[in-house]
Each structure stands twice: as structure tokens, then as C-alpha cells.
Design a binder for this molecule. Structure first.
Ligand SMILES: [Zn+2]
Length: 186
């Protein structure tokens, strides 16, 4: 069972995430979480939103962000997935049997978040590519151990994921991994 994670830049998917992220703006502000949101904080018409998002998608910085992340993932995904599979198979905690993961580049929000059962969202306008790759893996572990960690409190769930990340052999691949302390999914 080989894990497969593909990164997409999908305009319709980005549009579906606008309200998700907008609803979490107050929480992110209150918690002092780093995020970008280059849109109106108040809901506007669907047509207006689509136009604004299209403009952001067309910017060089967003396009370059997507390309950089996809390129870096292509280069390193084999060794990263191999390391992840080693960790999952040696961990006594039961994992959810998810094989296919979809990761979407988005132009707003915090560094990253997930949507069960198999979606990951990464803001490519925030942080460098290295951090974005780490965020993918972080969110990935949340999804794989979603059932196992569902009864835990927020901080315990984060600790569970960070501990997995810090296990070899990922630590070798990402010597500068920093514990992440925010996720907009509860
Ligand atoms: Zn997390």
C-alpha cells in the first residue's frame, strides 16, 4: 500500500476555501497566528469574490509559489513518503487506512490545515518552500491519525504529530523542523 500525495493548484477548490478561512480569521487574530488574507474580511457577492480570487491566482507570486512547491515535492516526495511509511508501520498507534492524499495550494490563510479524510491546504504566499513541505507532512500526520487522536485535546494532538515528525528518519531530512501550533480544524 503505497501512499500517494499529489499537489494541485485548482481554482474552484481555492474558491471553496474562502469562507472556511474567512470564518477562522477572528480565531487566528486572537491567537496571534501568522496568516495572509488579501481579500475583504466581510463577505461580498459570489461574483465579486470570484473576480478577486482570480486576480490573486494570476499574480506572479502565487504562480511562482505553486510551482516552487510542486517542484520541490516532486524532487523529494519519494524519500519523504518512504520515511513516512516507515514511521507509520513502526508506530503502535493505529492509523486510518488512507492512501491517496490531495494537497491544494491556496493564496490565503495560515500556513496550512486539513480537511478529513484526505485533503491538505497550504498557503503558498506564506513561509518558504521548506516550511511548506514540513506543513504538508504535519497535516498529513493529522489525517493519518485522525481517528486515533480524535479524543485528545488540541495541544495533545499537536504533540502527537510533532513527536512523529521528530522521530527518525524525518528529523534527518528536516533538521530545522519547528513544532507547529496551529490548525484551523478542531
Ligand atoms: Zn497541527
Amino acid at each position: 500500500m503505497k501512499i500517494d500525495l499529489h499537489i494541485y493548484c485548482d481554482q474552484n477548490k481555492i474558491y471553496t476555501q474562502l469562507e472556511v478561512v474567512r470564518n477562522f480569521l477572528p480565531t487566528m487574530k486572537k491567537a496571534g497566528i501568522k496568516y495572509t488574507f488579501d481579500l475583504s474580511e466581510l463577505s461580498t457577492s459570489e461574483h465579486e469574490n470570484k473576480e478577486k480570487i482570480q486576480k490573486i491566482i494570476d499574480t506572479k507570486s502565487f504562480q511562482r509559489g505553486c510551482e516552487k512547491l510542486m517542484k520541490e515535492w516532486d524532487k523529494r516526495s519519494d524519500s519523504i513518503i518512504q520515511a513516512i511509511q516507515k514511521i507509520i508501520s513502526s508506530n503502535i498507534a493505529p492509523n486510518d487506512p488512507i492512501v491517496f492524499f490531495n494537497c491544494y495550494c491556496i493564496p490565503f490563510g495560515c500556513s496550512g490545515y486539513f480537511n478529513t479524510p484526505n485533503e491538505i491546504f497550504i498557503n503558498v504566499l506564506l513561509n518558504n518552500t521548506e516550511f511548506q513541505i514540513q506543513t504538508i507532512i504535519h497535516e498529513f500526520f493529522h489525517l493519518v491519525y485522525q481517528t486515533h487522536t480524535s479524543g485528545l485535546e488540541y495541544s495533545a494532538r499537536e504533540k502527537f504529530v510533532d513527536d512523529l515528525f521528530n522521530e527518525l528518519p524525518l528529523k534527518k531530512e528536516f533538521p530545522n523542523y519547528e513544532a507547529q501550533n496551529f490548525n484551523i480544524n478542531k
